[in-house]
Design a protein around this ligand. Structure first.
Ligand code: HEC
Length: 226
């Protein structure tokens, strides 16, 4: 007959073995003893899996909607603040300067260069130019409206080339903006006063019948301001 072991639980078995060893007797082998089962045998409820799924979905949507696409404009705010401030006009004159920069980059910088220094013997500079930094903008508004050609001396250097008219491409506001930009561009060291759309309109109307470019000689006969 199979001996019945009183020790079924692992703790009781351990106690029985310890007691056996303490008296020096060899305890009867516990045939029924089994190692404790690993895990509890419980299964994950389906609703919990579903809940995690919903939470993951929500989190993804939340990041997608509020994460700004990991755009540097959103995430490097400090770094871009100066850039942003430069773009947001603070006054009307500031807005005209920003528009003037855009007009200059599109219509003028190919020849006069992004830094305003022109190209030696070909395109005169507008940065530091004695034609640009006159007291009033009367001459350079005319240059932009009708273009100019023939010999011109800019800051002591001779040029003899052609600049095409922009009368039909640029509005009064565009011309006022670009003239304001080149005259007042502190990055180039220019600090002359602005031009207004009304000034451009007045000159556009007064020269409406003119179809030819200006020469430097003619322009020098025109007062720099009204
Ligand atoms: C295709 C090349 C070209 C483009 C584009 C051009 N210019 Fe000019 N610009 C010239 C040349 C060449 C002269 C000198 C003409 C001459 O020799 O008589 C000149 C002269 C000038 C002058 C007088 C001289 C000076 O340098 O101060 C001003 C001011 C000027 N341009 C402004 C502008 C503005 C503003 C724009 C854009 C709306 C513009 N230019 C676009 C070629 C160009």
């Amino acid at each position: 007959m199979k001996p019945v072991s009183p020790a079924r639980s692992p703790a009781a078995a351990r106690a029985a073995r310890a007691a056996g060893n303490a008296t020096g007797a060899l305890g009867a082998p516990d045939l029924d003893w089994a190692p404790p089962a690993v895990g509890t045998g419980a299964t994950t409820p389906l609703w919990l899996v579903g809940l995690f799924g919903v939470m993951l979905y929500w989190a993804t949507m939340y990041l997608d909607r509020n994460g700004g696409g990991f755009n540097p404009l959103v995430f490097n705010q400090g770094e871009l603040l100066a850039d942003l401030e430069a773009r947001v006009p603070r006054s009307e004159a500031d807005a005209l300067l920003a528009q003037g920069r855009r007009v200059y980059n599109v219509y003028c910088s190919a020849c006069h260069q992004p830094n305003g220094r022109g190209t030696p013997n070909q395109f005169p500079p507008v940065a530091g130019s004695d034609w640009v930094l006159t007291e009033g903008p009367n001459r350079i508004i005319r240059i932009v409206l009708n273009g100019m050609q023939g010999p011109i001396t800019v800051n002591g250097n001779q040029y003899n080339n052609v600049m095409l008219p922009w009368r039909d491409q640029l509005s009064d506001e565009d011309i006022a903006a670009v003239v304001t930009f080149i005259r007042g561009n502190a990055e180039w060291g220019n600090n002359a006063g602005p031009a207004t759309p009304a000034q451009v309109k007045a000159i556009r109307d007064a020269t409406a019948s003119r179809s030819t470019s200006w020469t430097a000689q003619e322009l020098l006969g025109i007062p720099v301001k009204d």
